[in-house]
Ligand binder design. Structure first.
Ligand code: URA
Length: 242
């Protein structure tokens, strides 16, 4: 809650790249102030309502961080795995202390847009099918698609453990590439939907979540920070395939 007090060293380590050791050293050098007073103890209690400065620069408290990854194939969407590298291994050093996790999952061989954050509420909003946030994928198939596949996707599909809502399919000119939009994000959903119409996905990439698009200049394995307001504005302001 706003105004809740915490130790100054916690406040600074959560809001900056500084380690607790760095913070103690800065305090010893009299480089840290709270509301204009030089601090002498790292355990001083502060809140986001206090004016905290380091070397004269104000530090605002930040609890959550939002990162966008262009996931490469070969990484699992998890924080730990015994066998494969995980997407959290791609988190730049300066964000490591936020202990981010994935908002949704992509298969190990799927590339593209993945959000990592430590904000559990946002994760729930993105994942919940009730929120109707469509995820858009580019897929390549082993054989050409036709108009009947479009109809099959548009009718929705019944699977053993869930019913896929109507999905939009946009077939590319070569007919073996397509964009597909789904509301859910069930295990292997896109691959299973194509399998249902007799095609095998040979390449899959997520290109957007709601109106949030994978930045075209973000290389595979690259991760960038996005502000909360920017992220949520984009996610909930989507353009849909017609
Ligand atoms: N559907 C799939 O089949 N795989 C993914 O990684 C995402 C959606």
């Amino acid at each position: 809650m706003i105004g809740d007090k915490m130790r100054l060293d916690k406040f600074l380590s959560e809001s900056t790249e500084l380690s607790r050791k760095d913070i103690r050293a800065l305090i010893r050098k009299e480089a840290v102030t709270v509301n204009g007073e030089t601090v002498v103890k790292p355990e001083l209690k502060v809140s986001e309502l206090d004016l905290v400065t380091v070397h004269g620069k104000a530090v605002s408290y930040r609890k959550f961080v939002y990162l966008i990854l262009n996931k490469p194939s070969g990484y699992v969407s998890a924080t730990e795995d015994r066998k494969y590298p995980t997407v959290t291994e791609l988190v730049p050093e300066k964000y490591r202390h936020y202990n981010v996790f994935c908002a949704g999952r992509l298969d190990i061989d799927t590339e593209g847009l993945l959000i990592l954050t430590n904000d559990g509420d946002l994760v729930h909003d993105i994942i919940s099918p009730k929120k109707n946030v469509y995820k858009r994928y580019y897929a390549e198939l082993d054989r050409p698609l036709d108009e009947s596949d479009k109809t099959a996707f548009a009718e929705g599909m019944q699977f053993k453990e869930f019913t896929a809502k109507p999905a939009r399919l946009e077939i590319c000119e070569d007919r073996t590439g397509a964009y597909v939009e789904i509301a859910e994000g069930k295990f292997h959903q896109v691959k299973r939907m194509f399998e249902r119409v007799g095609k095998t996905v040979t390449y899959l990439k997520r290109v957007s979540i709601g109106g949030l698009e994978l930045p075209t200049d973000l290389p595979l394995g690259g991760m960038i920070e996005i502000a909360y307001d920017d992220l949520t504005d984009k996610i909930y302001n989507e353009r849909r395939l017609s």
